[in-house]
Ligand binder design. Sequence first.
Ligand code: GLP
Length: 262
Amino acid sequence: MAEVVIVDTPEEAGAHVAGRIARLTRSKPEAVLGVATGSSPLPVYQQLRVMGTEGSLNLGKTTVFALDEYVGLPRDHRESYHSVISRELVEPLGLDPFRVHVPDGSLEGIEDAGERFESDIRAAGGIDLQILGIGSDGHIGFNEPGSSLASLTRIKTLTTRTRQDNARFFASPDEVPRHCITQGLGTILRARHLVLLAFGRGKAAAVAAALEGPVSAQCPASAMQLHPRTTVVLDEAAATELRNGAYYRYAWQNKPAWQEAE
Ligand code: GLP
């Protein structure tokens, strides 16, 4: 069963997850981090920046893989995931740009962009900790409902709902790209630790389906139930539809001390 942490605020969630990343990179400076875009991981990145400024975090040897990218959006477009990761993490934390990998969404070479990305992950030794958000339809990365549970990095078509959800980042809904390149569910399941963040009532149904529903391609995040090490960090609003919410709170409060260590 997933480790479920229910906190009061996204800031508290950010501090919790950033603390875990700091412990991981202290014990393994050359750790490989999987990072996600969207608004949910932003409090984590905010806290990492605070720790970087204070000097309590050094990601100088850390390698980073992004989950996904839009296809056909120029790399330097403000909303390309390459730009978002650079702005949020790479520049403020002084990461080595040669250790930062974002799937290549440019049209040139798109045919084998997925395979190249998979081979880069393998060459880095696999992902130690993968941060995830969840779409309102249960997608992770850009693996929309119906995605194969064994899928690897590949091109996908975005659903109308995801394009609508993401339209807030663009000047008009028509500007949201129609295609993306995303790590597959099989890629994500290979990471050694999955950490999903979700906040707000709008995520409650997707979170409940992911954690307590059947494992099904109809809710791609439910594939996480197949993973041996998953942490899900929620606020109360995102936890409202969980049948086992009371148990998750109880289990977290009564966690054995030895489980605190990474
Ligand atoms: C996009 C990203 C996902 C992200 C999702 C939810 O579709 N590709 O990785 O999880 O949005 O975004 P938010 O956290 O802003 O709700």
